[in-house]
Write a protein that binds this ligand. Structure first.
Ligand code: NAD
Length: 291
């Protein structure tokens, strides 16, 4: 049994923290929105009044926050996790942030004696609820081993991919592929329907051939029906496309398709679809075609 401080109890963090509590760990959760703690308390965890209360006495602190500035603020700020966590404890950031942020956290941990892993996830809300996330982990091998029993509660595919920041690099690669597939499925559907072919029938055939993908399997029906309740919000995917492009710049590589998909994602936001599911890229492609 571990004492866990869990910061960020949103769509993903809420069910993840609840699963850890249900597995028998002592979980103290904190979120800026106090109502968000409910799922955790129902599962046997406890809410904290502030960050300090969640971190005090924790063997492991986990963050699941929206973006790099949120994580850096909570972890590296004057009253942040790095100042308050016990030396020798473990801090795992499971948010999707810049690889550079992952490395910055590890550098701060090396100064304060806190062990640090970057461990972003894939699998969405259903994966979080069912404890079946894919977890890509950057950091030291021995810290990965320490965290493994917790990861096994949260995920089904758990891979140590390299040193600090490497987990975030893999997640950036994941997000550029996911964004690209959504954009092209949207284009395929617009072409099918504009040509007088039933969209569902056409995408059903695609799903069974070389164009098949998890996205076609899981989302083609909702896309055909224009159901865009999130899921994973356009706003967050827009953030992730920015992370992928920043990582590309840092690595000195050119990713032209990623740049294009990032612009379509930016258009989705600009057209007011930021809080819809990322499959709402379909609306942008329809708008471009006057449909
Ligand atoms: P969310 O907006 O639902 O949850 C984030 C939570 O963090 C909110 O409840 C918010 O109140 C809280 N928060 C923000 N700043 C805080 C602070 N300073 N202190 C305490 N709490 C704070 O977002 P989410 O969908 O749960 O995503 C979280 C992270 O996981 C993001 O980085 C996202 O990219 C990533 N992710 C999301 C999904 C998904 O399908 N939703 C899938 C994989 C990865």
């Amino acid at each position: 049994m571990k004492n866990i401080g869990f910061i960020g109890l949103g769509i993903m963090g809420g069910p993840m923290a609840a699963n850890l509590a249900r597995a028998g760990h002592s979980v103290v959760g904190y979120d800026l929105g106090p109502d968000r703690v409910e799922r955790l308390t129902d599962a046997g965890g406890r809410g904290a009044a502030d960050l300090a209360e969640a971190v005090a006495g924790a063997d492991v602190v986990i963050t699941m926050l929206p973006d790099s500035p949120d994580v850096e603020g909570v972890a590296l700020g004057p009253d942040g996790i790095m100042r308050q966590a016990r030396p020798g404890s473990l801090y795992i950031d499971m948010s999707t942030v810049r690889p550079e942020t992952g490395r910055r956290l590890a550098q701060a941990g090396a100064v304060t004696g806190v062990h640090v892993l970057d461990a972003p996830v894939s699998g969405g809300e259903p994966g979080a609820v069912e404890g079946r996330l894919s977890i890509m982990v950057g950091g030291a091998e021995e810290d990965f081993a320490t965290a493994m029993p917790l990861f096994e509660v949260l995920g089904a595919t758990i891979v140590h991919v390299g040193p600090a920041g490497a987990g975030q690099t893999v997640k950036a690669a994941n997000q550029l592929v996911v964004g690209g597939v959504y954009a092209l499925v949207a284009e395929a559907l617009v072409l099918l329907e504009a040509s007088g072919v039933d969209g569902k029938t056409g995408l059903d055939v695609l799903a069974g051939g070389l164009a098949g993908s998890r996205i076609l399997d899981l989302k083609r029906e909702s896309m055909v029906n224009r159901e865009f309740a999130p899921g994973f919000r356009v706003d967050l995917h827009h953030k992730d496309m920015g992370i992928a492009l920043a990582a590309a710049r840092e690595a000195g590589v050119a990713l032209p398709m990623t740049g294009l998909v990032a612009q379509v994602m930016a258009a989705a936001r600009a057209q007011g679809y930021g809080s819809l599911d990322h499959s709402a890229l379909l609306k942008v492609i329809e708008n471009l075609s006057g449909k």
